[in-house]
Design a protein around this ligand. Structure first.
Ligand code: NCD
Length: 303
């Protein structure tokens, strides 16, 4: 395990995106600057290149945004979104599947239910691996697009108070985003029931933990809401916690608060809030397209 953790920070992100730990602030600025450019102009620098989308867990946004990003850049995609229809169902190992796809693809976007899957893939792959979610571990490209969304919505990152609410224990997006936000001058607040609190490894002095959104809504610049990751919670868990953001919460929130969610939502934000200009979750998806385009250009060597 020690060697795995050591390798995570040593592998350059252009070679494999494993964790947000690999990105420096200048890297992030470069990725965002390219995303800004790609948002307004079209180029096809990845003509002739191919990525494989290898998803062992369900996905709508991550797989389709990588697909759209690659094709908008002139490249192609091998979509394996349902591994049950691939040789995985015959018992093929992750390692063999990766070594197969590297014969056809210039990079592999991997989502897997095991926390160690990305690092196992990186160990055998000769092409870049992009972590699109490893169990309850990380989701680094989501965190980059979340950070980009915060910058686009607020015009800055420093000085903001970010409240994360929901399943902070098993939700990988909040793990990666909290780590990225540590690079900036940001106040973090966590709202979760006892059973789903942010793991200690992601907490720092100065953070505050709350059981109720009412305690923090009025001072929040970014409210980042997540669903309960039922598929990752062992056994039956009875959670007595009201996750829904209500019109009453929004009435108490700042006029420029950004309401974000990595999606899918399952009741945490009612559709009636979609028309509130502070609801940023659909813009967040669009920004994700640009950030993933930017990452693909940087990793696959487009001009
Ligand atoms: C997230 C994930 O897969 O971790 N979805 C996504 O990529 N936008 C969040 C979730 O499934 O709740």
């Amino acid at each position: 395990m020690d060697t795995i953790i050591a390798s995570r920070t040593q592998v350059p992100w252009r070679r494999a995106v494993i964790s947000v730990d690999q990105f420096s602030k200048p890297d992030i600025s470069d990725i965002f600057a390219t995303a800004d450019r790609l948002a307004v102009g079209r180029t096809t620098p990845l003509g002739g290149k191919t990525i494989a989308n290898l998803f062992y867990e369900p996905s709508t946004r991550t797989s389709s945004s990588f697909y759209a990003a690659m094709t908008k850049l002139g490249g192609n995609v091998i979509p394996i979104n349902e591994v049950n229809y691939s040789s995985v169902s015959k018992g093929e190992t992750l390692e063999d599947t990766i070594r197969t796809l590297e014969c056809y693809a210039d990079a592999i976007v991997l989502r897997h239910y095991d926390d160690d899957a990305t690092e196992r893939a990186v160990r055998v792959s000769s092409v870049p691996i992009i972590n699109a979610g490893n169990g309850a571990g990380e989701h680094p490209t989501q965190a980059l697009l979340d950070l980009y969304t915060i910058q686009r919505e607020h015009g800055c990152i420093d000085g903001l108070t970010v409240t994360m609410m929901g399943d902070l224990k098993y939700g990988r997006t909040v793990h990666s985003l909290s780590k990225l936000l540590r690079m900036y001058d940001v106040t973090l607040r966590f709202v979760a029931p006892d059973e789903l609190r942010m793991p200690r490894e992601y907490c720092r002095d100065g953070d505050s933990e709350h059981g109720d959104l009412d305690e923090v809504i009025a001072d929040t610049d970014v409210l980042y809401v997540t669903r309960v990751q039922k598929e990752r919670i062992p056994g039956a868990i009875d959670i007595d916690f009201n996750y829904a953001v209500t019109p009453e919460h929004m009435a108490r929130a700042r006029d420029d608060m950004a309401l974000m969610h990595p999606m899918p939502r399952v009741g945490e934000i009612p559709a009636s809030l979609d028309s509130d200009p502070r609801s940023a979750y659909f813009r967040q998806m669009r920004y994700g397209l640009y950030v993933r385009m930017s990452l693909l250009v940087a990793m696959l060597g487009g001009a």
